[in-house]
Write a protein that binds this ligand. Structure first.
Ligand code: GLU
Length: 296
């Protein structure tokens, strides 16, 4: 029995990650995403990793990485493997982009965002070669009319059509930086993430990310999108707007509120962080997680 359990675990080890961008202090929604992904990993005896998505220096806030890691550690949230900074992975990101261009799956684009229609798919201006007088700015991945179908563990069955959502989308930006949609896939694959667990604000990216998985011949992961935490106006919290830093709350109280947002509020007698952790680890159940949005 023991040998068999070990074998199964090695064959399909569960692994997820929490991947904050260092654009400000972690807010309450970040805590919910970190805690939800951690508890999900532990429910499979799996691993939970932290990856710092620091590939957008203009948006990065000095000291944010250290502050985010300290905040997580204060709640007992520590990465099972050394923390990876995405900025150390640029070579792998660039190699993936080169491969996609070489295979004709991606192409250089000379359009600037100012000249493109807002909220409409890319009009494919540069898809068949840069028009005369244009210079390469960004790189886009080709979309066709694929319907991406997936089952989100909390949000249920989903269908997305990237060619209608965004059209051919950017994988290397006009300023030369690597786009989130590309980097997240290359790194989730490299880190052998089996299930992506994160806030529901990112669910619309799944279709595009699946196209990147397919184009690179990587197997797609599973997905679980946790309820979005919204402020009293129903708006998503944002680190770069300085929304509601967790440090503002009493730690044990914040932990309880985060568990409550995940549908797992411990009984009142579980007051200490440790008692709340014990209760949550023991009682964690997928069906308790609300789809959201959950007001803070
Ligand atoms: N870096 C993103 C953020 O801070 C999360 C990306 C992801 O989990 O896929 O919101």
């Amino acid at each position: 029995m023991g040998a068999m359990a070990t074998k199964n675990k090695l064959e399909s080890p569960y692994r997820t990650r929490f991947a904050p961008s260092p654009t400000g202090a972690l807010h309450f929604g970040s805590l919910v995403a970190a805690l939800g992904s951690y508890l999900r990993a532990r429910s499979f005896q799996g691993q939970w990793l932290i990856r710092i998505e620091d590939i957008d220096p203009p948006r990065q806030v000095a000291g944010a990485i250290e502050a985010q890691l300290t905040t997580l550690a204060d709640f007992g949230l520590q990465s099972d493997l050394p923390v990876v900074r995405q900025s150390t992975r640029l070579e792998a990101h660039r190699a993936a982009i080169t491969k996609l261009v070489d295979e004709g799956l991606a192409y250089p684009c000379g359009c600037s965002s100012k000249e493109l229609p807002k909220d409409a798919p890319y009009p494919q201006t540069c898809r068949h070669g840069l028009p005369p007088g244009r210079v390469e700015r960004s790189i886009r991945l080709k979309t066709h009319d694929e319907v991406v179908v997936f089952e989100d563990a909390v949000q249920g069955p989903q269908e997305q059509i990237p060619s209608q959502q965004s059209g051919d989308f950017i994988i290397r930006r006009g300023d030369g930086l690597i786009a989130y949609q590309l980097a997240v896939v290359v790194d989730d694959h490299a880190q052998q993430i089996t299930e992506v667990v994160r806030g529901a604000d990112l669910i619309d990216s799944v279709g595009r990310q699946c196209l990147v998985y397919d184009a690179l011949h990587y197997p797609r992961p599973e997905y679980l999108h946790l309820p979005l935490i919204v402020d009293h106006n129903g708006r998503k919290l944002s680190k770069s707007d300085g929304a509601d830093p967790i440090a503002r709350y009493n730690r044990n109280e914040a932990f309880r509120l985060a568990l409550r947002a995940l549908g797992h509020e411990p009984p009142p007698e579980a007051i200490s962080l440790d008692a709340q952790w014990q209760w949550a680890l023991k009682n964690w159940a997928l069906h308790r997680i609300p789809r959201g949005p959950v007001p803070i």
